[in-house]
Design a protein around this ligand. Structure first.
Ligand SMILES: [Zn+2]
Ligand SMILES: [Zn+2]
Length: 281
């Protein structure tokens, strides 16, 4: 997608969300909240981020593909494109090459980078070298190219189930909530909060972003231990995505869960799943 298409899409979704004022029902709100968790929490945080970008745990192939589809439903980007941008962010965090550092301002880090981004992040042939593990998979490449298909199908299902109120709340309002939640990780969690670890970037632990993003707001912990499946390191750092990974482990669906070793975090973690590898620096 070119920059104008991205800008037009974001404006379109926000304008569409205004229709939420005229179509409210408690059921529609329930659909919105459920899909916020399913697409933002499971699709983006559990899938795109902790699984595809950082490989912080292992899952069977069918579940991997399901997570990729749920990630597409968030309407942020295809899985390969999203992961390439995020790996690039970790490689160049808060330097001139960081695609969304708040050193260029809050608005840039929050949203403007999406339509002023580095050209290579919009071209599969150029960004695929950052994601060789995913670019080999034909299904993921297909999904990356046609990442809007799952959203079109979901829109049709919502319309059949509850008419326009379900479409407005389940697609437009929910997408705007998911967008800003994700974007706050890039903006607010690199500006406001506390730092538990000395990393070379500006990442912060931010409790309210963590609540909005199912645990992703513990961003300084994450930059310190990028491969850790667990981002909330202290008992009160609530991390719903890690609890979901634990649930998958209990069900026998997730394995090889990466966690920091206890001494690295000053005794702040209490691993309840096997410690298999230390986080990358
Ligand atoms: Zn990350
Ligand atoms: Zn970051």
């Amino acid at each position: 997608m070119d920059d104008w298409t991205v800008l037009g899409w974001i404006v379109f979704m926000h304008v569409g969300a205004i229709a939420g004022f005229f179509t409210f029902s408690w059921k529609a709100l329930g659909v919105c909240l459920f899909l916020w968790w399913l697409t933002g929490g499971v699709g983006i945080c559990l899938g795109y981020h902790r699984y595809f970008t950082h490989r912080s745990y292992a899952i069977p192939k069918p579940l991997e593909y399901l997570l990729a589809i749920l990630g597409c439903l968030a309407g942020e980007a295809g899985p390969i494109s999203w992961v390439a941008a995020h790996r690039y962010h970790h490689t160049y965090s808060d330097t001139e090459k960081d695609p969304h550092s708040p050193l260029r301002g809050f608005v840039w880090a929050h949203v403007a980078w999406l339509f002023g981004r580095e050209k290579f992040l919009a071209e599969f042939d150029l960004y695929k070298r950052y994601v060789p593990d995913m670019a080999r998979d034909r299904f993921l490449v297909f999904l990356n190219r046609y990442h809007m298909l799952p959203a079109v199908a979901l829109t049709a299902v919502l319309y059949a189930m509850g008419g326009w109120p379900y479409v407005v709340w389940g697609m437009f309002v929910r997408s705007v909530v998911v967008y800003h939640s994700t974007w706050l990780v890039n903006s607010a969690s690199h500006i406001w909060g506390y730092r538990s670890f000395k990393t070379t970037d500006q990442s912060k632990n931010n409790w309210w972003v963590a609540l909005l993003t199912f645990g992703e707001g513990w961003h300084n912990n994450h930059h310190a231990f990028q491969r850790s499946a667990r981002h909330g390191m202290r008992w009160w750092e609530i991390d719903i995505t890690y609890r979901t990974i634990q649930l998958l482990w209990v069900l026998g669906l997730a394995s090889e869960i990466h966690l920091p070793v206890k001494s690295e975090v000053g005794g702040a973690t209490r691993p309840v799943t096997p410690v298999l590898a230390m986080g990358e620096k």
